[in-house]
Design a protein around this ligand. Structure first.
Ligand code: NOJ
Length: 556
């Protein structure tokens, strides 16, 4: 298997006899689904581990690192696209939904990955890109070949464009000389958009889901699922009154409100159909990428839970580093959820700057890890965040991302896609040759091998949090309630299940804070972001160090 290290290298500082006994006594009969109890880990395959020495990660690289992921304590891996693709948008331009790009391996490698994943008791989720294909997909080649081609209506063709813009800059329509019409693409022009109003197209897309479900995948992360259906008349979008005045001139997408191109009422009937396909198989999970405001977003759970299991919730990722902002976001989400809906949280992914950079540094990254892994709902981790990887420095001539190329270096997503830092060998143990994106300059200090050997490292904190979460029902399945405290810039909440409870106290400020929690006498710290802090504290007033977070078992 070639694992770099095994579980024994980790340090279990929280496992005092007392906390073990408490958590053991709390253990319930497990009635929940795997996608509720566990934690999802996003692998960006290009950047995870290269085993065939071409500078690009591959499926065998993911297999090689499964032991690492199992020891870390995650439940499922989500793979960003590995399909055959011209890679204009690094795999989000799919040329064949039912195969593997030779850069990443082949279908046998994929089957091997599924079986190795399942053997370790882990689940595998793959990306599905239903809104658009590559312009090299055979469907589009046929569709553009003539106006009377049977697949013409599988894409969106018009004589005149509307005012919509592309997320990656410029207009969302490109004129096709050969057939004399414009086609729609809200990303690069090489990503023509599919026409979900066409029943044959829908049937073909559902078959692509079944292809992978039969191969054993446990779920899909569905790319921009809220965009698959457009206003039937393709009306112009209204101007966005909050548009960034400093945005580049070609950011036409940001200048308009997403009124007619996203979250249309009739999309839900197709999400229910997609869910129907998942339900043909046992216990599979549908996760959707969604950007809309809460009222639009919450509808993707369906009227009674018949749409997505987990509409991705990115809200905490967009919040400033302030306790109140985080608390308000969590409380608003909790209030918006119907009783059958299960929450989820994301703090990093391949489209956003690195969490450690965005939130201001490594101390903040430790606190963010504790928040993410102790809120109610399924957390998704992004590869490398567990070692605090920061934004990579990408020289302008090395920018690969179409968003960075079209909208300017400060918008490039390459910064969050640099190779995983496994060790301090040349190329960070990611590859033996120059990788497709530069390795971050800090790889000699910040890497998995170094952090696995350091009990105080962020990696060890993640591992402790993940294991504590999985063995503590109050944390992985319990209720959530914010606790009002007077300490400035602190976010405190209670998690409770079957009479057992945990209190999480997070100090977002750069100064120490005195916290008083009414209604209890004292509490035992079972885990702190400060390595080794394990005392019993008095709830009438205890101190949190700068950016410190603690998890407590209280007593009345
Ligand atoms: C969202 C994906 O996360 C992003 O990486 C991609 O560029 C767009 N969708 C287009 O597929």
């Amino acid at each position: 298997m070639g694992a770099v290290f095994n579980r024994a290298h980790f340090v279990f500082t929280h496992s005092t006899n007392e906390s073990r006994k408490l958590t053991f006594m709390q253990k319930p009969k497990n009635t929940n689904h795997w996608w509720q109890n566990g934690v999802v880990y996003q692998v960006y395959p290009r950047s995870f581990k290269d085993t065939n020495h071409d500078g690009i990660g591959d499926l065998n690289g993911v297999i090689e690192k499964l032991d690492y992921l199992q020891a870390l304590g995650v439940q499922a891996i989500w793979l960003s696209p590995f399909y055959p693709s011209p890679m204009v948008d690094f795999g989000y331009d799919v040329a064949d939904y039912c195969n593997v790009d030779p850069i990443f391996g082949n279908l046998d490698d994929f089957d091997h990955l599924v079986s190795e994943t399942h053997q370790r008791g882990l689940k595998i989720i793959i990306d599905w890109v239903p809104n658009h294909t590559s312009d090299q997909h055979p469907w589009f080649i046929e569709s553009r070949s003539s106006r009377v081609n049977p697949k013409r209506d599988w894409y969106i063709w018009r004589d005149q464009p509307n005012n919509w813009g592309s997320v990656f800059g410029g207009p969302a329509w490109t004129f096709d000389r050969q057939s004399g019409q414009y086609y729609l693409h809200q990303f690069v022009s090489e990503q023509p958009e599919l026409n979900w109003r066409n029943p044959e197209l829908r049937a073909a897309m559902y078959e692509t889901l079944r292809f992978w479900l039969r191969r054993g995948v446990d779920g899909f992360r569905m790319d921009v699922i809220g965009m698959i259906l457009k206003d039937e008349e393709l009306r112009d979008n209204p101007p966005n009154p909050d548009a960034d005045p400093n945005a580049p001139a070609n950011d036409l997408f940001g200048r308009l409100l997403a009124t007619y191109n996203m979250d249309q009422d009739d999309v839900h009937k197709f999400i229910r159909e997609i869910r129907g396909v998942l339900d043909e198989f046992d216990d599979r999970c549908g996760i959707g990428e969604l950007w809309g405001e809460l009222p639009r977003w919450v509808r993707y759970y369906g009227k009674d839970g018949d749409e997505l299991h987990l509409p991705f919730n990115f809200r905490l990722m967009w919040e400033p580093w302030q306790a109140d902002a985080m608390r308000r976001s969590v409380d608003a989400l909790e209030a918006a959820l119907p009783s059958f809906a299960w929450p989820n949280y994301v703090l990093g992914n391949h489209d956003q700057p690195r969490l450690a950079t965005r939130f201001g540094g490594q101390a903040q990254a430790r606190l963010a890890a504790m928040m993410l892994l102790t809120l109610r709902g399924t957390p998704t981790l992004y590869y490398g965040d567990e070692i605090g990887m920061e934004n990579g420095l990408i020289p302008p001539e090395k920018i690969q991302d179409p968003q960075g190329k079209n909208l300017g270096a400060e918008r490039t997503r390459d910064v969050a896609r640099t190779p995983m830092q496994w060790d301090d060998d040349p190329f960070a143990g990611f590859s033996t040759v120059e990788p497709w994106l530069p390795i971050s300059v800090d790889f000699q200090e910040r890497n998995v091998r170094a952090q696995a050997a350091d009990p105080a490292s962020l990696l060890n904190l993640y591992q402790q949090l993940l294991h504590l979460r999985s063995e503590t029902p109050a944390l992985h399945g319990g209720s959530y309630a914010a606790i009002a405290v007077s300490a400035e810039n602190c976010f405190v909440y209670r998690r409770q299940a079957q009479g057992a409870e945990c209190i999480v106290a997070l100090n977002f400020s750069a100064e120490s804070r005195q916290v008083c929690i009414p209604g209890y006498q004292c509490g035992k710290i079972i885990l702190s972001t400060t390595p080794g802090r394990q005392e019993t504290v008095n709830f009438e007033g205890f101190s949190l160090r700068p950016y410190e977070g603690i998890i407590l078992i209280p007593s009345k």
